[in-house]
Design a protein around this ligand. Structure first.
Ligand SMILES: Nc1ncnc2c1ncn2[C@@H]1O[C@H](COP(=O)(O)OP(=O)(O)OP(=O)(O)O)[C@@H](O)[C@H]1O
Ligand SMILES: O=P(O)(O)OC[C@H]1O[C@H](OP(=O)(O)OP(=O)(O)O)[C@H](O)[C@@H]1O
Length: 213
């Protein structure tokens, strides 16, 4: 159907600007400053798109429950949340990695403790490595944990490496490379397939990756 309006959950924060640039390049210009106030919704009636802003970690929830047809979200959040959604496109933006890090003099201990915002990803990773660790969930500033003796290692996002460097930590292993993804509600993907496909094709043509997942 040509007339379907698509509702898209967009993450507040660092992904938003890059995501809007991508939509603009794909021919869906969101008026400059549209989200710069406290406004949480923007509609592009001619394009049949309606955006709302949410906490990054909530995007897969809105999409799974169908209050958004589509969403833009980091692969880290997607892996951690494990929601029942389709992953349609690797947008190639907000590239970073999930890594294990520690103080340079870190040594394995009898009861290893790992602090992270990503308990499921970290738990799965250490299970695969065959290492038993205690996972301690934090909400941010995870790099603090080894400095104040809460944990001996962390699992966190690394981009430039500046936060690790400035806190005297070193990267030990990469757990996963992260970019932002376009995700879809399962029913919307079927019922609004024409509109979803059109948007996907236009976004795929302007992404750095241009990859349909
Ligand atoms: N330093 C970084 N460089 C590039 N991308 C990043 C970086 N940190 C996080 N990201 C990506 O951007 C997404 C959103 O991060 P952002 O910092 O905006 O929100 P958050 O702090 O994770 O969420 P909340 O505001 O709910 O705590 C992450 O899920 C990840 O995919
Ligand atoms: O390698 P870098 O370029 O330094 O980026 C990595 C930092 O960016 C993110 O933190 P954010 O600013 O979102 O704060 P938070 O730790 O409180 O989530 C992430 O959690 C790292 O701390």
């Amino acid at each position: 159907m040509a007339g379907d309006t698509l509702t898209i959950a967009m993450p507040k924060g660092r992904i938003l600007r890059e995501a809007l640039e991508l939509f603009e390049a794909a021919g869906y210009p969101v008026e400059e400053g549209a989200f710069e106030s406290r406004k949480l919704t923007v509609t592009l009636p001619e394009a049949g798109l309606s955006f709302f802003l949410s906490k990054p970690g909530d995007v897969p929830t809105y999409v799974e429950y169908g209050v958004a047809d589509l969403g833009v979200v980091g692969k880290d959040v997607l892996m951690e949340e494990g929601r029942d959604v389709y992953e349609l496109l690797d947008l190639g933006i907000s590239r970073c990695r999930i890594a294990v890090a520690a103080l340079p003099d870190w040594r394995p201990s009898l009861h290893p403790r790992v602090a992270t915002k990503y308990p499921r990803i970290a738990g799965r990773y250490f299970l695969e490595q065959g290492e038993q660790v205690e996972i301690i969930r934090l909400n941010g500033s995870v790099e603090l944990a080894p400095l104040i003796g809460l944990a001996d290692r962390i699992v966190d996002i690394v981009s430039t490496g500046r936060t690790l460097r400035e806190n005297g930590l070193v990267e030990l292993e990469t757990v996963s490379v992260v970019t932002s993804r376009l995700i879809a509600n399962r029913a919307s993907f079927r019922l609004k397939s024409g509109a979803v496909d059109r948007l996907c094709s236009r976004l795929a043509a302007v992404t750095k990756e241009g990859v349909r997942t």
